[in-house]
Write a protein that binds this ligand. Structure first.
Ligand SMILES: *Cc1c(COP(=O)(O)O)cnc(C)c1O
Length: 367
């Protein structure tokens, strides 16, 4: 059986190191807001190249905290608009609506699946305050045109970097391209904790201060509350685990790239379209997912299953078709909807063997 993602095997690679740090945290008697979190934040900000990294409870909170802090800073208010890709994982959209801001959905490119930057400007209104780009499936969604557009209209660029830690745009890493970025360390992400956690990176000192405060009940000094905050913090034990994972992320992303290269070079079937690298730069993609497109998805998925290959659909129902967004249900986004009908994610992970990759290629070509 070729699993879609073997988390047990991924973490088994580092079992001794993980157990060692777990023991240290257990024995320390200190489980929140301690040295492990401080050290991980320092190492994450250095890795990304951003001045500040603020840890929090999960990736959704990271995005919620960024938007909430911009509201506290007076940069945006309830009802203001945030541009977001229509085909993203729903958390990107939830972070916007949770702050009573208005998500403005924009279509992706059918070949790269990333937000079509050329379609943003026609959606900008007097109330637009930010563009939330999503580096979907691990591929950077950014361009000099995007930056110029945001500067021109005085919009914040917020990166949803949940799927793309380690990806590059030229010399810069994702998470350091816009004004602020949200990260997820959900176990299945490229850099997974052993539970939930997340982080924000930014070069904006005041934004960093407010995010840190809001994530801690809105308080910088104990029992003094400047904001009506949340409790969204990273556990010491997860920070200890993530510091270990951070040492290996480049190596693991490189293995994903090798697998993606094998898939891209060798999957040749007229019924299947391979994903597109937007600017031909291998480093701009960390292949959180390898997502193909086919009009024969149901039968392909069934055929692979019968041959012991597990695949998943990311994502079968786009946000505007969800029950929780009834007000958007009547809207139509043709590209997003056809992607939802045609996409299929093949297994990819740093512990997949070349033999397994070749078996998937062989089956997909035979289909
Ligand atoms: C995983 C994910 C999130 C949310 O992260 P959690 O840690 O699960 O809350 C947000 N956006 C995208 C694109 C994601 O893939």
């Amino acid at each position: 059986m070729i699993k879609f993602l073997d988390l047990q095997k991924i973490n088994a690679q580092y079992a001794d190191e993980l157990a060692n740090v777990a023991k240290k945290v257990i024995d320390s008697g200190w489980y929140l807001q301690g040295n492990y979190v401080k050290e991980f934040e320092k190492n994450l900000s250095e890795y990304i190249g951003a001045k500040y990294a603020i840890s929090c409870a999960n990736g959704l909170d990271a995005l919620r905290l960024i938007l909430r802090s911009y509201m506290e800073m007076g940069f945006m208010e309830e009802g203001d608009e945030v541009i977001v890709p229509a085909n993203t994982y729903i958390a990107s959209v939830l972070a916007i609506s949770d702050n009573r801001l208005t998500p403005v959905l924009v279509e992706p490119s059918i070949n790269s699946y990333n937000l079509d930057i050329s379609k943003i400007e026609e959606h900008i209104t007097k109330r637009t305050r930010a563009i939330l780009v999503v580096h979907l499936y691990g591929q950077v969604c950014f361009s000099d045109e995007l930056k110029a557009l945001a500067d021109n209209y005085k919009l914040k660029v917020i990166e949803d970097n949940a799927q793309a830690i380690g990806a590059r745009y030229g010399d810069l890493l994702s998470g350091n391209l816009g004004d602020a970025a949200g990260f997820s360390f959900y176990p299945g992400k490229n850099m997974g904790a052993l539970g939930d956690s997340g982080a924000v990176t930014t070069n904006d000192k005041e934004l960093a201060r407010i995010i840190r405060s809001i994530a801690n009940y809105g308080s910088e000094v104990k029992y003094k509350n400047e904001f009506r905050g949340l409790n969204s913090r990273m556990d010491e034990i997860q920070a200890g685990f993530l510091d270990i994972k951070l040492k290996y992320i480049d190596k693991e992303n490189e293995i994903r790239r090798q697998i993606a290269k094998l898939y891209r070079n060798n999957i040749k079937n007229s019924k299947i379209v391979n994903p597109e690298l937007i600017n031909k730069d291998e480093n701009s993609h960390v292949w959180h997912l390898y997502v193909i497109r086919t009009k024969h998805r149901k039968s392909l998925q069934q055929y692979l299953k019968e041959n012991d290959v597990h695949t998943i659909i990311h994502y079968p129902i786009p946000p505007h078709k969800q029950e929780c967004y009834k007000e958007y249900n009547k809207l139509s986004f043709h590209i997003t909807e056809s992607l939802a009908d045609e996409l299929l994610s093949l297994p990819i992970s740093p512990v997949m063997t070349e033999q397994e990759v070749n078996k998937v290629i062989e089956l997909v070509n035979k289909f």
